[in-house]
Design a binder for this molecule. Structure first.
Ligand code: PMP
Length: 405
């Protein structure tokens, strides 16, 4: 094989389909979010970020940045080992305690990312629980899909957010067969939310464990911000809550929360937990400060939801095709990979607005979109500018306005 032509040809294929990924070169600046400097192509411009997963701006918040810098000064940069071999610092212990209390569970366990938390937990349970069958929502994130795949446990895919289909699939197994239902609360590309209580009804009927990914919900839903399970009053019906510290908490890292034995089991058997250096203590301190702040400030969540609702309403009023999201995510349908990229480029070059195009395989072909994520820090002036700029881009490119189903 000629490796050079292989790689180049495959990359050309991506370019031809308009879905070759080009990153921004952003310099985020404390105190300026959601503005940042973009260094792309040797040019520098101030841009407004409208696609950040730093959903609450906590990555820039002084309670978080101070906690991190003070801890780095006191405790150094890295943790110095895996959790088992000298890498468990006091901040890891405090953070796991805070997480378990936040989610009202016995225990919590940290991982180096949300991706690793999903991969490791599902892989471990699938490998270790004899005869386990995993039931996975059709739109689950890649980290869950890979966890199920690598566990080699038999799997059944249920139609997205469809408890009746889940019920049908579960009915094929007798009550004693071990089962696990894996799903998300907020689905990050469409912004829809799972019917958690109904899924729990079905899971309980069939004696199945429940595994809920709250990556796009922690910090943002519920009185105390621990997610949609809290908002819906169903925390005690979820066996394993999984989430990230990389989005609304503004840091990095992932975790699970659940019963003492289940968490201890993953701690004791999960390769992706055991065999890797633990998070830096500064990160653990920053995430701890972030959770404590978010827990105590429900008004941030109220403002966040208001910003998203206002933006959706304004765009819809102008005829822009905002998809049917019931969350803080505002997806605007373009429906074509190349147009989507052009729309994103034009927003950036003409209006200094940064919204990354979302293309296949992240979303299905024909469902390419701009995924806009307002934060509590996007004020009315910024929103006026975004709305006017989107209208200009839509008319410049002649994108047909059609409402998504
Ligand atoms: N689950 C979902 C639903 C996600 O969207 C993501 C990241 N985009 C992850 C898990 C992985 O989380 P992290 O970014 O912390 O690795």
């Amino acid at each position: 094989m000629d490796y050079r032509t292989f790689f180049a040809d495959r990359l050309r294929g991506l370019r031809d389909e308009g879905r070759y990924r080009v990153f921004c070169d952003l310099e985020r600046q404390v105190g300026k979010f959601p503005k940042a400097i973009n260094h792309r192509d040797g040019d520098t411009h101030e841009v407004t970020i409208w696609c950040s997963n730093d959903y609450m701006g906590m990555g820039m918040h002084p309670v978080v940045t101070d906690a991190i810098s003070e801890t780095v000064r006191r405790s150094g940069a890295g943790a110095g080992g895996t959790r088992n071999i000298s890498g468990t610092t006091h901040f890891h212990v405090l953070l796991e305690q805070e997480l378990s209390s936040w989610h009202n569970k016995d225990a919590a366990l940290l991982f180096t990312s949300g991706y690793v938390a999903n991969l490791t937990t599902l892989m471990t349970l699938g490998q270790q629980i004899p005869d386990l069958v995993i039931f996975s929502d059709a739109l689950n994130h890649n980290s869950m899909i890979e966890g199920v795949r690598h566990s080699r446990a038999p799997k059944q895919i249920f139609r997205h957010n469809d408890p009746e289909h889940l019920d049908e699939l579960l009915s094929q197994y007798d009550r004693d067969t071990p089962k696990l239902v894996a799903f998300e609360s907020v689905y990050s590309m469409d912004g829809d939310i799972a019917p958690i209580a109904e899924i729990c009804d079905v899971a309980e009927k069939h004696n199945a464990l429940t595994f809920l990914d709250e990556v796009h919900a922690v910090g943002m839903y519920g009185e105390q911000g621990s997610g949609v399970a809290e908002r819906d009053g169903v925390v005690d019906r979820i066996d394993i809550i999984q989430a990230t510290m990389g989005k609304a908490l503004g840091c990095i890292g992932g975790y699970i929360a659940g019963s003492a034995d289940l968490v201890d089991f993953v701690r004791s058997f999960g390769a992706g937990f055991i065999f890797t250096t633990s998070l830096p203590p500064g990160v653990a301190a920053g995430a701890l400060a972030s959770i404590r702040h978010l827990r105590a400030h429900n008004e941030l969540r109220i403002r966040h939801q208001e910003r998203a609702a206002t933006l959706k309403r304004r765009l819809r009023d102008l005829g822009l095709p905002v998809m049917d999201s019931v969350s803080h995510i505002v997806p605007v349908l373009v429906g074509d990979a190349s147009l989507c990229k052009q729309a994103s480029d034009l927003l950036l070059t003409r209006h200094h607005i940064y919204v990354q195009p979302i293309n296949y395989p992240t979303v299905p072909k024909g469902a390419e979109r701009l995924r806009i994520t307002p934060t509590p820090l996007h004020d009315d002036d910024l929103m006026d500018h975004l709305v006017a700029s989107l209208l200009d881009v839509w008319s410049t490119l002649g994108i047909t306005t059609r409402q998504a189903a």
